[in-house]
Design a protein around this ligand. Structure first.
Ligand code: SF4
Length: 253
């Protein structure tokens, strides 16, 4: 088996997209393992660890089986086929993580086998790996990581290079998690960065919903959200504030 034909995954399942431009659309999710960052608010820490892959077995039941990693392209296609019943139930596939581009070689092997539109959910830092898969994608949902939310160093240069490369083909939009500790200069820097590529790229501001005993992870106050939106609108024509809907839809994955 070639190295690109199998990759470690955390789960395969059917659900509704909770963020960004395709919010509310039903998707087939492949959550790959591995990430090159370490955000403070990470809601998928298990996707960064080793472990087995949970595969949902029917679209209308939460039952799943656990299989050993790595999983193959053929296994992903089989799992998606079992979930997309009746055929056409799903709008598209979401390749998520972790950071899915850590497994870019596997994605390059998977893309030609997918019959659904494909969205990549990415932290927007691995430009070289994006170039290996970009032409097979229909949507790119790119995060901009704000240091006040992630607790990590800024990624401005990496984000700018990634966004410029992403624009050469798929529909692109940007998401940014905002927390009380995010500063106005960070919002301005992010909005300027996007505008320098294309001021019509949609930006989704997502108030953080992680609840931990960490003051830096408090959600922003309403006044802060309003100010962040107004600042971003000074540079961009499409700025939206949307809660992370999958945190609200209990009972759904
Ligand atoms: S980039 Fe995503 S998966 Fe990686 S640490 Fe940040 S939130 Fe978690």
């Amino acid at each position: 088996m070639s190295a690109g034909r199998a990759a470690p995954a955390a789960e395969i399942f059917s659900s509704f997209q909770g963020e960004g431009l395709l919010v509310g659309e039903r998707q087939l999710f492949l959550r790959l393992r591995g990430c090159n960052l370490n955000c403070r608010f990470c809601d998928t820490p298990d996707a960064r660890d080793s472990g087995r892959c949970r595969i949902q077995t029917a679209p209308d039941r939460p039952d799943s089986v656990a299989v050993d990693n790595p999983i193959t392209v053929d296994r992903v296609i089989e799992a998606f086929g079992a979930l997309d019943v009746p055929p056409g139930l799903h709008h598209s596939v979401s390749l998520t993580g972790g950071e899915p581009l850590v497994q870019a070689e596997f994605i390059a092997a998977l893309l030609p086998r997918l019959t659904w539109p494909v969205m990549l959910e990415t932290n927007g830092t691995l430009t070289d790996r994006l170039l290996a898969v970009r032409d097979g994608l229909d949507y790119i949902a790119m995060d901009i990581k704000l240091p006040g939310a992630t607790g990590q160093p800024a990624q401005w240069a990496a984000h700018r290079a990634f966004l410029a490369a992403a624009m050469e083909g798929p529909t692109v939009f940007v998401k940014a998690v905002i927390a009380a500790a995010v500063t106005e200069p960070e919002i301005v820097e992010a909005a300027r960065l996007i505008a320098s590529v294309d001021p019509s790229i949609p930006l989704f501001l997502q108030p953080v919903t992680v609840s931990r005993d960490d003051a830096s992870l408090r959600p922003p106050e309403v006044e802060q959200i309003l100010r962040f939106h107004a600042l971003a609108r000074g540079y961009l024509s499409d700025v939206r504030v949307v809660p992370q809907m999958h945190r609200l839809s209990k009972g759904l994955r």
